[in-house]
Ligand binder design. Structure first.
Ligand code: TRH
Length: 389
């Protein structure tokens, strides 16, 4: 049985939206399981991008039963942390280092967990739930992951209901909301692109000659696209609509809240996602996708990509299709990858578009597999219960 507990989730925003995206998603998923959650967040402006109800002028606020507290050097933030009583469970997101004035109040009554980044690498299983001694207290390492020897993925308990509702109304809403129904016909394929600055994707957009539309939430990639549009023979029709030399449209849309972004993922036939949270959403919502992984020094990210594809392979029963998946994934993530644009496009991308139904079946098989591990929030709760002193 799941008991009600109090939780403090600490999130330091390093860059982009993944730190806050994962932390907020986890906090919502804990609340869904009747937990009492406080989030401590180092900045509110990036948070507002994915949760427009955030009031950036407030040091403390409550949204959907989550208490959100600003964690910076402001007087109000310092005064809250100076006099705080830590919760039953403390989640330090991505080794973000808890503030000294909070550390001072930690006692052995709290369970302190460092929640790590997601990786498909095998070593994760060995380190999952291991303990270390830090600042006079025990701290556990908890790893999300793709096997039952890890903490599973960050998704909500009522996912399936949301997903089926989303699928029914999704495409129509997306089309009318962004005026896409006025540009293309109903049978046009739709591909969302949420990625980093990426030459391969830019070149793909310039060369596509299929019945497809690309939807790009604004951000680093839309700015990059604008910057290089002329060079790649992409014409800007108005601020948010572009067209390539073959008449294929690219629509830039504003960033939305997480719920609406999910809707976009569900509604599109193919998604390009990045980082950690959108990568997980594409899988958990069972959509065909490519992953633009967060680049690391010494190409450490390529091993992570390989290990993920190796695991995903069990769900793809067509060797040629898997080959295209690997080829495109490598091209997207290796700036120096030796690829010939025509092979990329004519052989592999077209192969993907022609086999979307098969890829959708693979995505569904994968979804079933990863859901069996249980949600990250539930696994964290069970772990905390079993570690109670
Ligand atoms: O933004 P990301 O690239 O985030 C990160 C960070 O770079 C982080 O430092 C790094 O450690 C991590 O990746 C691996 O990608 P991610 O993880 O997909 O986070 C994006 C969040 O933004 C996710 O929660 C979905 C959300 N989002 C919206 O809510 N609305 C939108 O319109 C879009 C496009 C995204």
């Amino acid at each position: 049985m799941i008991k009600n507990k109090t939780w403090d989730v600490f999130c330091k925003i390093i860059d982009n939206y993944g730190d806050i995206g994962v932390s907020y998603r986890l906090s919502k998923n804990l609340v869904e399981l009747n937990q009492i959650v406080r989030m401590f967040v180092s900045e509110l402006h990036p948070f507002k991008k994915i949760e427009p109800r955030i009031d950036t002028s407030k040091c403390e606020q409550i949204i959907d039963n989550i208490q959100i507290i600003l964690w910076d050097n402001s007087a109000c933030s310092v005064s809250i942390l100076d006099s705080i009583v830590p919760s039953d469970i403390i989640i330090e997101m991505f080794a973000c280092n808890l503030p000294d004035n909070y550390l001072f109040h930690i006692t052995d009554k709290s369970i302190w967990i460092n929640l790590e980044y997601l990786s498909a690498e095998d070593w994760v299983e060995e380190c999952h739930e291991k303990m270390s001694f830090s600042n006079g207290h025990f701290k556990y390492f908890f790893f999300p992951g793709f096997t039952d020897k890890t903490g599973g993925l960050n998704f909500e308990q009522n996912l399936i209901t949301k997903q089926s509702q989303g699928k029914q109304i999704g495409k129509q809403i997306i089309e009318t909301k962004y005026g896409i129904d006025k540009i293309v016909s109903r049978n046009t394929l739709c591909c969302s692109i949420f990625c980093y600055e990426n030459k391969t994707i830019l070149s793909l957009l310039a060369n596509v000659d299929e019945n497809i539309i690309f939807i790009v939430p604004e951000g680093v990639f839309s700015a990059y696209l604008m910057r290089y549009s002329e060079l790649y023979r992409i014409t800007v029709l108005d601020g948010s609509l572009m067209v390539n030399q073959f008449g294929v449209y690219i629509k830039i849309i504003p960033m939305t809240n997480q719920h609406d972004y999910d809707q976009l993922l569900i509604s599109c036939d193919l998604n390009i996602v990045r980082g950690e949270d959108s990568f997980v959403r594409a899988q958990i919502l069972s959509t065909p996708f490519f992953w633009n992984i967060y680049q690391q020094i010494d190409n450490a990210h390529l091993k992570k990509l390989d290990d993920f594809l190796e695991k995903y392979k069990v769900c793809v029963d067509d060797d040629q299709l898997f080959e295209s998946l690997v080829y495109i994934s490598n091209s997207l993530n290796t700036p120096t990858y030796e690829y010939d644009n025509s092979i990329f496009y004519k052989v592999h991308f077209i192969n993907i578009l022609q086999n979307l139904e098969k890829l959708q079946n693979s995505a569904t098989r994968w979804q079933n597999r990863i859901m069996k591990i249980g949600t990250l929030a539930r696994n964290l709760i069970l772990f905390a219960q079993s570690s109670e002193k």
